[in-house]
Design a protein around this ligand. Structure first.
Ligand code: XMP
Length: 506
């Protein structure tokens, strides 16, 4: 495997994904908190950082078990670190070096640049520049503005590059990473969905033995793939629980329950709608709603799980981005993200936790799901928030409002599918606004609700752009919703990006 030491750059996870795309396993760890280096580690990559090597508390790793002992690649901050603290000099650059650049000089003899073309485009993003290299460091690539764009340290397997090979705009970045990981480190490209499934199933069998496991399914990609994987390993020792909180999409509960049963999963569907509606009655504060929905889910799940005798494990669909320890660049300590799919469950249930996907990125979860034979229809689903329609009904939640919103949402989502737009959109939904407006229907004056349609593009939900859906499509949706859904007489389209808006309205 390849180890990636994180210095806090926004691109660190991307390095990991690029290495994984080469079918090579890698792990990301904080620069100051990484596991012991054993023979499974074939090479190390140092990531970029928002810090400068000239900062008083610049992140400084302990590379004593690594540098000079195995292949090492410094990227951006990593490159500046290996120059500045080993006798070279890094200075603020006159102009921030940002954006596309071209490698006008490449040492094509160098293994790192095998198959790269002269003048290849690279992506720069740094405020400092490596002014002077230590002795025994050799420049192996330059751009017009940046002489020391890449170097190799003489007598050891250490390379460094100032640009970002992981970013899309570095057109031959994947080849460069392949040169490092395969050519230099000698990694085999055998980490595939099939091999992941094989080793994971074996490990799960060993770990769980004859114990029973309970898992909450949500209809989403992660919990589904986790369920099918666990089912492969332990069969009917796995019981899945799927709770209808009354805040799902129209027909969702029945449809998803059916497809789960079709996959051979042992699923208990629990209709708990009334309980959620009762507890949400009159509550308008979004955070309060989230708390109630989360708490009710845990309680309903707990009651169901207790009906299974001797259950020992709680399965969860946690994925890698949720468990990567994040680097705190302002201090030496690393903090662990507290986010979990179903926060609070493990604490409440006193079960051991098993998370078969906690080493996978989202796109890998989909690939594994495909290799497990799960239908594209399920794997390609848009993300849907845990609190569901509860946070898409602005103001208090009632069964009647849920019904209205489900109808409008059904028309919109089906419309996206029929028009071939569903897969071009990362997430879509409808918000029921606490606004009534005047309309006319025949000779009558109406006074009914407004809904807002929302469709965004994103990669991880952290930032998002509204999608420029065709006017004809929006016109059709508006007509259909107003004509078919009693209680709605006005439709608007949300054209706000995140930031500063958020994807959900609550
Ligand atoms: P925002 O609205 O913060 O949403 O831009 C970003 C992504 O997170 C989802 N989301 C949630 N998911 N529980 C969840 O499981 C929540 O309370 C929650 N709030 C927002 C949202 O749907 C989007 O994908």
């Amino acid at each position: 495997k390849i180890l990636i030491l994180d210095f806090g750059s926004q691109y660190t996870q991307l390095i990991g994904r690029r290495v994984r795309e080469l079918n090579i396993y890698c792990e990301i760890h904080p620069f100051n908190h990484f596991p012991a280096i054993d023979e499974t580690v074939k090479g190390v990559i140092l990531s970029g950082s928002p810090s400068s090597v000239r900062d008083e508390n610049a992140p400084i790793p302990d590379l004593s078990a690594i540098k000079g002992k195995m292949p090492l690649l410094g990227v951006c901050y990593g490159a500046q670190y290996l120059a500045h603290f080993f006798g070279g000099e890094v200075l603020p650059s006159d102009s921030r070096e940002y954006g596309r650049a071209h490698l006008g000089y490449i040492d094509q003899e160098n293994e790192l640049f095998k198959h790269l073309t002269l003048n290849t485009q690279v992506w720069m993003s740094h405020g400092d520049t490596i002014e002077r290299l230590p002795e025994n460091y050799k420049v192996i690539a330059s751009t017009g503005d940046v002489k020391n764009a890449a170097y190799k340290i003489g007598g050891e397997d250490t390379w460094a590059i100032q640009f970002h090979p992981e970013v899309y705009h570095t057109t031959e970045g994947t080849q460069l990473l392949k040169n490092f990981a395969v050519g230099i480190c000698g990694c085999k490209q055998d980490w595939t969905p099939a091999s992941f499934i094989e080793t994971t199933v074996t490990q799960l069998k060993e770990k769980i033995g004859n114990d029973k496991v309970v898992l909450g399914l949500s209809g989403g990609v992660d919990s589904t793939v986790a369920g099918v994987l666990l089912n492969r390993a332990i069969g009917d020792k796995l019981t899945c629980i799927f709770v209808d909180n009354g805040l799902l999409r129209k027909n969702e509960f029945e449809a998803v329950l059916d497809s789960y049963k079709g996959m051979g999963l042992n699923v208990i569907g629990v209709n708990a709608k009334d309980r959620f509606y009762k507890d949400l009655a009159g509550v308008t504060d979004p955070e309060q709603k989230r708390k109630i929905i989360g708490r009710d889910f845990i309680e309903v799940f707990d009651v169901e799980a207790h009906k299974i005798q001797d259950v020992k494990w709680l399965g969860q669909g946690t994925i890698y981005p949720d468990v990567i320890e994040s680097v705190s660049v302002n201090g030496p300590s690393a903090t662990i993200k507290s986010h979990h799919n179903v926060g609070g469950l493990p604490e409440k249930m006193n079960l051991k936790v098993v998370e078969p996907l906690n080493l996978l990125f989202k796109d890998e979860v989909r690939r594994v799901g495909k290799a497990l034979g799960i239908k594209d229809e399920l794997l390609g689903r848009h993300p849907f928030p845990g609190p569901g329609l509860g946070i898409r009904i602005l103001s208090d939640v009632t069964a009647e409002k849920v019904r209205i919103l489900q109808e409008a949402d059904y028309i919109f989502i089906n419309g996206l599918k029929e028009w071939g737009l569903y897969d071009d959109v990362w997430q879509a939904g409808v918000m029921l606004l606490p606004v009534q407006s005047v309309g006319v229907m025949g000779d009558e004056r109406t006074y009914e609700n407004v809904v807002a349609l929302r469709a965004v593009m994103s990669t991880d939900g952290m930032t998002a752009d509204w999608v420029h859906l065709p006017y004809e499509f929006l016109a059709k949706m508006s007509n259909e919703i107003i004509n078919k859904v009693r209680g709605i007489n006005r439709v608007v389209y949300d054209i706000s990006s995140k930031p500063p808006a958020t994807i959900e309205w609550e």
